[in-house]
Design a protein around this ligand. Structure first.
Ligand code: UDP
Length: 244
């Protein structure tokens, strides 16, 4: 059993970066079906309003803290947990795939970005086995799942935005065998070189969300009031535990 913490009713796995990567490797090598969630405060706030999404999160085999907000919520509870950013984790999984011959499928993002990502990765990792890739603007989910099945992929990256990618991955888990899937949000945009990675100072301070909001101001309404609200609830939750 992996160590977990509970943030506002939602489980977060408490693993170091290398341990989380090992967990995925072992699952892949054993041919297990797992769903990985890179969770952030927006997802928790959304899941509070959406019981089906909350269920998907609950039954995911690995939930890692992508957002700095989750790291802070854990800190309020006295738990030190490193942030496991989706973009970094995806990069490590790509390297792991190249070394171990995993069969990778890339589902998501706009058609030109999906195509560019496949090309950039093939160039950078010549031995990487990308068995299937498709943009994230498809109509028929079952067709894509069938394509993934036929490709023989055992590691599936989905970048459809939350909660769409988590629902997709849950369906993948219930339909296919021996597949590890991970929801990666806007990561394909970054990995393909179409959107800049937050500069080191933003990453060091856990302010990638601020950098993304500056670059894409339309994201403002997604962050506010969700992020402050989430932090407020986290402080209240930590405070009530201290009183008990
Ligand atoms: N996307 C997609 N299909 C959709 C909706 C979104 O492939 O139906 C892609 C979108 O092009 C982007 C990613 O999903 O690459 C979501 O990015 P966003 O910034 O919304 O995700 P976040 O990182 O905030 O979860």
């Amino acid at each position: 059993m992996i160590k977990t913490a509970n943030v506002q009713g939602f489980k977060i796995n408490l693993l170091k970066y290398a341990e989380a990567l090992d967990f995925v490797k072992i699952s892949l090598d054993n041919g297990e079906n797992i769903q990985i969630v890179t969770i952030n405060p927006e997802m928790i706030e959304a899941a509070k309003q959406n019981p089906s999404f909350a269920d998907v999160l609950k039954y995911s085999e690995l939930v890692v803290p992508d957002g700095v907000g989750i790291k802070l919520a854990l800190k309020f509870k006295g738990i030190e947990q490193e942030q496991i950013r989706g973009v970094d984790f995806a990069q490590s999984l790509i390297e792991l795939s190249e070394q171990n011959g995993y069969k990778l499928a890339l589902i998501g993002a706009k058609p030109e970005i999906n195509q560019k990502l496949a090309e950039v990765l093939k160039e950078k990792y010549p031995k990487l086995n990308i068995v299937y890739h498709h943009d994230g603007y498809f109509q028929n989910e079952d067709e894509i799942i069938n394509d993934i099945k036929n490709s023989g992929a055992n590691l599936v990256f989905t970048a459809l935005g939350a909660p769409k990618q988590e629902f997709f991955n849950a369906k993948l888990k219930s339909t296919l065998q021996g597949v590890a899937s991970i929801g990666l949000g806007g990561t394909f945009d970054v990995l393909s070189g179409s959107v800049a990675l937050a500069p080191p100072i933003y990453r060091k301070l856990g302010l990638e969300w601020l950098y993304r909001t500056i670059k894409q101001p339309e994201r403002f309404k997604r962050i506010f009031p969700t992020l402050p609200l989430f932090l407020f609830h986290s402080i209240m939750e930590a405070g009530s535990k201290i009183k008990d």
